[in-house]
Design a protein around this ligand. Sequence first.
Ligand code: PHE
Length: 507
Amino acid sequence: MAEEEDTIPVEEMVLSLVDQTGSINTSDVAKKLNVDHQVIVGTVKSLQSLGSGNIIIAKQQQSERWELTSEGEEVAQRGSHEAILFAAIHPEKGTLQSHLMKSSPNAKVGFSKAMSAGWLTIDKKGEDGPRVFRKVNTIVDTVQQQLQQVAAGNVTEVSDQQLKELKKRKLINMVVVKSFLVTKGSEFTTSLEKPETDLTPEMLASGSWKDKKFKPYNFDSLGVMPPSGHLHPLMKVRTEYRQIFLEMGFSEMPTNNFVESSFWNFDALFQPQQHPARDMHDTFFVKEPRHATDFPMDYLERVKTVHSEGGYGSQGYLYDWKLEEAKKNILRTHTTAVSARMLYKLAQQETFRPAKYFSIDRVFRNETLDATHLAEFHQIEGVVADYNLTLGDLIGILYEFFKKLGIMKLRFKPAFNPYTEPSMEVFSYHEGLQKWVEIGNSGVFRPEMLLPMGLPKDVSVIAWGLSLERPTMIKYGIDNIRDMVGHKVNLQMVQDNPLCRLDKSPQ
Ligand code: PHE
């Protein structure tokens, strides 16, 4: 605010000076008003930008001016070196030359200048060494006087020869001053009215808009960046994957429960209770509440049976299945827990209807952290339940899905998951790296998982999963996961990263 109040009067003063004299030079005005030249130049620039830009005309000018060096300033204030030296000499007894030389930092220059000015004599035969005496009673310090004139801008009072001498003594310097010659423009005015930028309801109501000047609309100016939130790269890529699933007729599963019971995360998936993944070193166990309580008990009984005794043509794992273990709350280690819940729900329908589900959300594993692993990440999962699906269907749909991501070359490698048989790791050929890289995991869910849920015998379910982080890091060229997720993330990165458009193949 203070700044505004200061600048308006300067603008008006400049305008009234132009009005009075027809033309002004910014450098002269600066001296006259005793303000920094840059302030006046700034004022002239802002006057030039007002209205349609025709209030004033400013033409650049160059002039040269003598300016005192810092040594020159000192001399102008305290006297020339020779005058100072002269004053240091005892009027009657004179002063030892050796003492005199130590009397001031510039005594040497002062001595030689005073000598040539004819102010001194030396007695070289003195007992203690050469002694300097004053030759005249008084002196006139013309150097100081000349510098004072230069400082005041009265250069005409100093002869060219004297200026040359001052410059040689490095007491003055020539500087080039860039200034503006300001004259009246076609729309010159001394009364400044800041043009309005907005038409307000008040102006309309009072009718004051009729007398106001409005700033012309600048169609070239950039819009103000809306102070909105920004989507994290992971969320941008998630949107793209979501779109692909939706295009393929999949519907999204509700994934809003990070805390899951071991039952749904492991037992329902026919993962035995001694499986190493259920260890504290791999899974985060929840302390409060430690146990889940709400289970569909008849289904739970069937799960218990298939683990401990077998059934549905399977011999099971033949161990003592414990409810205590199944009740333990954990942070879900995969989104297949969500798929298990959905498939159970699907099995409860009176007549089975084929379904295609997907999810993209967060999972948690007690991992050792490094550049590509965190204790939490996102999984993308697709599930298809239908009559008589085969491995061929799984392979077909994987080709279809990855084709939509522009990935054409796939290879499959037999793998093991407790809940799928057969299981396959999915590899794609990475053109950039010139090698096959693992991009996902997949399989056909086991009857030991599906039949206790109550799904019809001839229904099979195929599924696959991949991480969201890996494609996001590739897409956005991030090579350390900690630059993307966690407390070290540069929020500017989140703001600046562009939209995600995956290079999808032509259909
Ligand atoms: N749940 C598996 C994982 O966490 C991925 C997967 C999903 C595998 C579905 C097979 C079927 O790696």
